[in-house]
Design a protein around this ligand. Structure first.
Ligand code: ADP
Length: 363
């Protein structure tokens, strides 16, 4: 009988492609394999531990490329990750700090980003969306209890651990911070435009509740395929976020259950004190499964097209450096000038997407 071939995980395919020279501290214990991605500061590579052949991911950061402030941000990320051990948080296995490099060895996330996986599906139900949100809420409950705020929850930072897409992990703690409740709450502006909480935009003091707002935005998109807050430019976008102005437009939301809408409605609340906490979210009937979920396939009439368009838009936008965008603006006192520039970029992106959509429609 022919032996069935083991299924090779996509991430592990061609693992030895583009291998760098095997030298330095990291190479002592690990085989350094192909490039997995590139972040703001880091090149991320696949690793194989020599002692047991297990795979990991390494964030490799060249210190000379970084400003003092950026190096501090990285050290904060390491400090925070060292404190967090949870099945739904990307764990840090070890760090190697050498004269020229900082290596962060992380658990390998081999299943791909949440939205990428939804896009590939033919069927996606409320039960599946609730399962994802439950895991993210568990990760948040755990980190918030330890005084950590992620501050940049968005679909790209929700990645499946396994190819079967059963376990989702919160990743990229580059903007995460310890909140010091005694010394007051935070005021630093940060996040990603579509997911940022109103209290951050209002430059008010804020706490871990900002993460719950972002979960609300992610859940909204999972249920209908488009984001709750969309505007032609950032200025207008921030205005409607500050006001918490969104709708459940027909026909897209008609088949979504009342309980799912209730859950979104209790997350997208402008007043952070009235917004569900992570623990509160875990007790919401739609999450616990106490109420019936609509069995309807969410992927119908345009959901997949809208979703794909949204995922594409985000991929393009990733090149645009918007992280800590607000801070820069506030510091430089150049809010209007910078907003205009961002508007220009947005318009270019919109044009590219419209061209893309027009080309698709012609086919
Ligand atoms: P940075 O913090 O420098 O912005 P990211 O955390 O965004 O870096 O990582 C950059 C890319 O590397 C990600 O988009 C992803 O493709 C890949 N990556 C990061 N961490 C992992 C991981 N644990 N497992 C697999 N791939 C990863």
């Amino acid at each position: 009988m022919a032996e069935s071939k083991p299924k090779i995980n996509k991430v592990l395919q061609n693992a030895e492609e583009d291998m760098p020279r095997q030298k330095g501290r990291l190479a002592k214990d690990y085989k350094i394999l192909k490039k997995l991605g590139r972040g703001n500061f880091a090149v991320v590579r696949l690793l194989q531990r020599k002692s047991d052949n297990k795979y990991f991911a390494a964030k490799i950061i060249k210190k000379s490329n970084l400003k003092q402030e950026e190096l501090k941000t990285l050290h904060d990320e390491v400090k925070i990750l060292k404190k967090l051990k949870h099945p739904n948080i990307n764990s840090l296995i070890e760090t190697l700090d050498t004269k020229h490099h900082l290596y962060m060895v992380l658990e390998l996330l081999a299943g791909g980003e949440l939205f990428e996986s939804v896009v590939k599906k033919k069927r996606y139900t409320e039960a599946e969306a609730a399962n994802v949100i439950r895991q993210v809420a568990r990760a948040c409950e755990y980190m918030h209890q330890r005084g950590v705020i992620h501050r940049d929850l968005k679909p790209e930072n929700l990645v499946y651990l396994d190819e079967q897409n059963t376990q989702i992990c919160v990743t990229d703690f580059g903007l995460a911070k310890f909140v010091n409740y005694e010394g007051g709450l935070m005021k630093t502006a940060c996040g990603t435009p579509g997911y940022v909480a109103p209290e951050i935009l209002k430059q008010q003091k804020y706490d871990s509740q900002v993460d719950l707002w972002s979960i609300g935005v992610i859940l909204y998109i999972l249920l209908c395929g488009f984001p709750p807050f969309v505007e032609k430019n950032l200025k207008a976008l921030y205005k409607i976020i500050r006001e918490g102005k969104y709708e459940f437009p027909s026909p897209y939301w008609d088949k979504v259950s009342a309980e799912a809408k209730d859950c979104v409605g209790k997350l997208l609340v402008v007043d952070p004190k009235k917004r569900l906490t992570a623990s509160g979210l875990l007790q919401h009937d739609w999450i616990t499964g106490k109420c019936s979920k609509s069995p309807t396939n969410l992927i119908r009439e345009g959901y997949d097209k809208r979703f794909k368009r949204y995922v594409l838009l985000n991929k393009l936008k990733r090149g645009v450096d918007m992280v800590l965008f607000l801070n820069r603006l506030i510091r430089l006192g150049k809010l209007n000038e910078a907003l205009e520039k961002e508007e220009q970029k947005e318009t270019e992106l919109d044009k590219a997407l419209n061209d893309d959509a027009a080309a698709a429609a012609k086919k």
